[in-house]
Ligand binder design. Structure first.
Ligand SMILES: NC(=O)c1ccc[n+]([C@@H]2O[C@H](COP(=O)([O-])OP(=O)(O)OC[C@H]3O[C@@H](n4cnc5c(N)ncnc54)[C@H](O)[C@@H]3O)[C@@H](O)[C@H]2O)c1
Length: 327
């Protein structure tokens, strides 16, 4: 079984590739190794993956149709997992062109090849950011997501719409995953947990946005990978969902917790054994105030839910953070 993982040098792509390689799958990774955040993190992840003979890597841009078509003409792929994207909320407000090109045109190129090569299954990364102005206590897959508040969220919402068309018309099983703030070892240096830890380490002080009133459903990477694997193996959706659409489903990928950002900072201080200066700041444009995943759909389909507490997950993160050799 040959699986294409786009964005394989990224945080989630790296962990997922690693997990699937251990399960003996053949993985072809694609990534541009772009410099949205320092790409030495990506090169390090890639060098770990390359130690496994079942991993092949190609530096290809998914938005380059000619190169992507050519890739699919040369390799017989069984499953596509699309994780390649520009993934920052703030950066999307200043750099809309690259988001549209990568997240939308890039994904379209993969869907077209899925159709052309009669690929049976595609999994792709959406995001909890599609929720936008949603003010429900728990984000359900059924909620209206017509009001994203960042360009990033809008590109992910458009991915879901496009995927629905390809799944329903060409009988490809397509699964969209709304990840909820994923964290863990080898994590992204542009995200808050890494940034906070670095500021604590350097004693440079932390600014917490929205005056500390931010809540997220932080989801530990190993749980995410386990869920993606179960969905990869899932032949048929649970009958409740199958009745609605047997080819296309969106899943929330979070544990259903509401964790205050200030709790993350105090746990990091505890594990790093250092206190830092904290300044409170206003809400940033494009940021949602809270996210919390409704989990019943995931549970009924794979009988598993992310369950690593932030107490444990952050400990694993800090263990890696302290021993990391790139900064
Ligand atoms: N980490 C999270 O908390 C989170 C939350 C919601 C959604 N997501 C989504 O999950 C996916 C993976 O996220 P991540 O945290 O691993 O991000 P990441 O930035 O670490 O990984 C994305 C990878 O895609 C690559 N890439 C970008 N443009 C490309 C292109 N045109 N062609 C090929 N490769 C390209 C990047 O170089 C990077 O290595 C993304 O689609 C992201 O939007 C992540």
């Amino acid at each position: 079984m040959k699986i294409l993982i786009t964005g394989s040098a990224g945080f989630i792509g790296f962990h997922l590739s690693n997990f699937l390689l251990k399960k003996n799958f053949e993985i072809i990774g694609i990534d541009t190794l772009n410099n949205y955040y320092d790409n030495k993190f990506k090169k390090q992840r890639l060098s770990i993956l390359k130690k496994n003979k079942k991993f092949k890597f190609y530096k290809i841009d998914i938005s380059n149709k000619k190169k992507i078509d050519n890739f699919f003409d040369n390799f017989k792929i069984d499953i596509i997992i699309n994780l390649a994207a520009y993934a920052g909320v703030q950066y999307s407000l200043k750099n809309p062109d690259i988001y549209f090109k990568t997240n939308e045109v890039g994904f379209y190129n993969l869907l077209e090849n899925g159709k052309r090569k009669k690929i049976k299954k595609i999994i792709f990364a959406s995001s909890s950011s599609v929720a936008g102005t949603n003010d429900k206590k728990f984000f359900s897959e059924k909620d209206n997501t017509d009001t994203p508040i960042s360009l990033y969220g809008a590109t992910k919402k458009n991915n879901e719409i496009l995927a629905h068309f390809y799944a329903s018309n060409y009988q490809i099983q397509i699964i969209g995953l709304r990840f909820f703030t994923v964290y863990g070892p080898y994590g992204r240096p542009d995200l808050s947990i890494y940034k906070f830890a670095k500021s604590i380490e350097e004693n440079s002080g932390i600014i917490i946005n929205n005056y500390g009133q931010h809540f997220r459903d932080f989801t530990y990477i190993d749980d995410v990978v386990k869920c993606v694997f179960s969905l990869l193996e899932l032949k048929k959706f649970n009958k409740v969902d199958h009745k609605v659409n047997k080819y296309f489903q969106i899943f929330n990928l979070g544990g259903g917790n509401k964790i205050k950002i200030t709790k993350i900072v105090s746990l990091l201080e505890k594990y790093l054994n250092k206190k830092t200066k904290i300044k409170m700041g206003p809400l940033k444009k494009g940021d949602i105030i809270f996210s919390r995943s409704e989990v019943s759909k995931l549970k009924r389909n794979i009988n598993f839910l992310p369950n690593t507490s932030v107490k444990i997950g952050l400990k694993y993160f800090v263990d890696w953070f302290k021993s990391r050799d790139i900064k």
